[in-house]
Design a protein around this ligand. Structure first.
Ligand SMILES: Nc1nc2c(ncn2[C@@H]2O[C@H](COP(=O)(O)O[C@H]3[C@@H](O)[C@H](n4cnc5c(=O)[nH]c(N)nc54)O[C@@H]3COP(=O)(O)O)[C@@H](O)[C@H]2O)c(=O)[nH]1
Length: 712
């Protein structure tokens, strides 16, 4: 075994030498060409050479060539030892021979020449002997060096084997030239479910799962390991039973006996992947319905748009909003609301093919993304199916619930080319569908778009006007039909948008409510109205109360009552100077929530009036629960009271009903004397309308009060 040198890079070429080589490599297919040299597929022997019986690699017999060489060395060494003895014997014989020869020479029995020849021969033999001995010494020194070297190498091999066997990762060593596996540890056997013999000799290509990894990027194990790439990669390996296991691979190269190898450490990341997948799922799914959430939908929509852009196709976004959900949630509680949402999600999933995406944005809003050809037709048909399915009754615990839906559809590219725009436009179309009477669907149109833009302009304008002061109040008087004097004035908000001009409260109040701008705006109205009443009082105008319209959003705001009290006190007024008007529908839809607050208002002396009465669905029983002092008959019943017998009857009924509950009745929208007379004859307590005055600026209404009430 030669010495090992670590490398940071290696070059490797996958080139087939023959068709059979390609087949054996298991890397067929264009571009995946592998050269196999089976003569080199022998395992690296890291343990057997040292006679380490514990070592993992299987026995690897000592080559015959090595045995022969060892035998020759042993023979020469033995010979060398005998040559020493022969040398000593030869020296003794030589000295004896020299002594004997000298004796013979002195005795004259041999000639000098004869003696000299003998001596030279003896010296020659001695020289050969000395040379042979020196050679033996040299051989012995080399042998000992080799033994030491082998011992060091075996120790190094033992260390290597121990290291790879104690490693917690699976180790695979690959011949960088052939891509063939030449060594592995036990962890690799466990990871792959194969024995060492099955692993060694196999091509690295055979281990990798073909196709893409979990993230969709094709990860080239060979490229990473064999082209000397540093860092780690993640990919999936195929086990013996055909299952796959996700691994993280880090590799480095080293050289041994002039050949280059790649050492790859494979870490099983199944648990990490599972945890990551769980986190990913949670981050992309709604926990209640397990449907894709806003983040996921947004990403998927962007992908769908990108694909449609390339393929010149369309994408439809369907925005679904449940009708009636809020009321169910508010009245029956979140548990029932959640159960209803789960059933809605199940029905949506049933009606949306698996190839399309259905998700929940939050609350009672769901999204469907539809791709493919002719999405307008597909989405219209699908919307009809969904509406039909969602309006069927739901059974939740003991309740049978009814909740339809309104659907808006926007299509790429006609209605927008980004996920945000399409969602926004589908939302706008959904609002339009809702305003058309619910349980219906609507495609986005430019008319809707204009409405959306205008709405945005109004919202921004409201913010601006709140900051820089763009609102004012007008006041409309109410006449007490018993006394004929002005008993109250209603404060009505007026706003001129810098670009859009005067905007009616009917238009901007709902936007202020949706955006919660009604909270600061409502407090501004109360403050200005109280300020005005105080100013009139200071000017001697007494006996007039101030009526202020209040949105249900304001009543739901916990700080409202405190803020109202402090404004009233700041202007030196008392609760009984103020009357709050709230619409019938708003109060009935939020009865349970606002009941306590209304009670505190009453305790404070503030009176409460139900506005637009008759348009909602108040039951007598529910009305009795409320601390209200007056009902305002909606002007839709008043305006044709002279001609419409039915409306006249309704007005009579409201007056009788209100009086039976001890309430004062005010009729609004009174424009003619005939209307006034009819109402008066029916027992109505007060009237408000253009007959008396339109809403007027403060100074004008002050003059009117003075005139009507006869004050100076
Ligand atoms: N939450 C708040 N709502 C407010 C506030 N200011 C106004 N509003 C609400 O906006 C709605 C429209 O109000 P407005 O355009 O001011 O219309 C009022 C009157 O001008 C109109 N009216 C009064 N008499 C007649 C009439 O004889 N004929 C006729 N065609 N219209 C008439 O009625 C509106 C007042 O109605 P009401 O409030 O129901 O008494 C309106 O709903 C306001 O409530 C505000 O500050 N906050």
């Amino acid at each position: 075994m030669g010495t090992m040198r670590k490398h940071v890079s290696t070059s490797w070429k996958c080139r087939p030498t023959s068709e059979s080589d390609r087949t054996k490599a298991g890397c067929g297919g264009e571009g995946a060409t592998i050269q196999l040299a089976y003569s080199r597929n022998r395992p690296i022997d890291m343990g057997a050479a040292v006679g380490n019986t514990d070592a993992h690699p299987s026995d690897n017999p000592e080559p015959q060539e090595q045995k022969n060489r060892n035998f020759r060395v042993t023979l020469i060494i033995l010979l060398g030892k005998y040559l020493w003895i022969a040398g000593i014997l030869a020296s003794v014989v030589m000295s004896e021979a020299v002594t004997a020869a000298m004796g013979l020479l002195f005795k004259g029995e041999v000639t000098y020449d004869y003696l000299a020849t003998g001596m030279v021969a003896a010296l020659f033999v001695s020289a050969i002997m000395v040379t042979a001995i020196m050679k033996m010494e040299e051989l012995e020194r080399r042998r000992q060096e080799e033994v030491a070297k082998n011992r060091a190498l075996r120790a190094s091999e033992r260390r290597y084997r121990t290291l790879i066997e104690v490693a917690s990762d699976a180790i695979l060593v690959t011949d960088s030239e052939t891509g063939t596996l030449v060594d592995c540890n036990r962890q690799a056997e466990t990871l792959l479910g194969m024995s060492r013999n099955e692993i060694i000799g196999r091509h690295l290509c055979n281990l990798q799962q073909t196709g893409n990894d979990a993230d969709g990027a094709e990860t080239d194990l060979l490229g990473h390991m064999l082209r000397g790439k540093t860092g780690t990669i993640e990919l999936s390996l195929v086990r013996a039973d055909g299952t796959t296991v996700p691994v993280e691979v880090s590799s480095s190269t080293f050289e041994m006996d002039g050949r280059r190898y790649v050492h790859g450490a494979f870490r099983d990341i199944t648990q990490r992947r599972e945890a990551e997948d769980r986190i990913k799922h949670l981050a992309h799914h709604d926990p209640l319905t397990n449907l894709p959430n806003r983040v996921f939908l947004h990403g998927r929509l962007e992908q769908a748009i990108e694909l449609a852009r390339r393929e010149q196709n369309q994408v439809a976004v369907m925005f679904i909003d449940l009708d009636n959900f809020k009321r169910i949630n508010d009245t029956l509680g979140h548990r029932i609301g959640d159960a209803l949402l789960e059933q809605v999600a199940a029905r949506l999933t049933e009606n949306v093919p698996g190839s399309q995406v259905v998700g929940r944005l939050g609350g009672d809003e769901f999204i469907v993304v539809i791709t493919g050809n002719r999405v307008s037709t597909t989405s219209a048909a699908m919307a009809e199916r969904i509406l039909e399915s969602l309006c069927r009754p739901y059974t939740v615990e003991d309740y049978q619930l009814h909740s339809g839906a309104s659907i808006g559809i926007a299509i790429y590219p006609a209605d927008g080319n980004s996920a945000e725009t399409l969602m926004k436009h589908a939302d706008a179309a959904m609002y339009h569908a809702k305003s058309r009477g619910r349980n219906t669907f609507e495609f986005f149109s430019q008319a809707i778009n204009r409405g959306v833009r205008e709405r945005l302009d109004i919202e921004n304008g409201l913010r601006d006007a709140l900051k820089h002061g763009g609102f004012k109040l007008h006041y409309q008087p109410q006449i007490d039909l018993t006394t004929g004097s002005i008993c109250s004035v209603e404060a009505l908000l007026r706003w001129r948008h810098p670009l859009l001009g005067v905007i009616a409260p009917d238009r901007f109040i709902p936007i202020a409510e949706e955006t919660k701008l009604i909270l600061p705006l409502g407090l501004w109205v109360i403050d200005r109205a109280c300020h005005q009443l105080r100013a009139w009082r200071n000017d001697g105008i007494a006996g007039v109360r101030m009526a202020v319209n209040v949105s249900v959003k304001q009543l739901q705001d916990e700080s409202f009552f405190e803020a109202l009290g402090s404004i009233v006190e700041r202007h030196g007024l008392s609760g009984s100077d103020i009357e709050l008007e709230i619409t019938e529908s708003a109060i009935m839809e939020n009865l349970s929530r606002v009941q306590a607050l209304l009670k505190s208002l009453q305790d404070y002396g503030i009176t409460l009036s139900i506005d637009d009465f008759g348009t909602g669905y108040s039951s007598l029983g529910r009305l009795k629960l409320l601390p209200i002092q007056s009902l305002k008959i909606d002007r839709s019943f008043v305006h044709d009271i002279e001609t419409d017998h039915g409306n006249a009857k309704i007005c009579d009924g409201i007056i009788a009903l209100g009086h039976s509950l001890g309430l004062k009745i005010i009729a609004e929208g009174v424009e003619t004397d005939a209307q006034k007379n009819l109402l008066q004859n029916s027992g109505c307590d007060a009237i408000q309308g253009f007959l008396i005055a339109k809403p007027l600026p403060a100074d004008d209404v002050a003059k009117l009060i003075t005139q009507v009430n006869g004050m100076t």
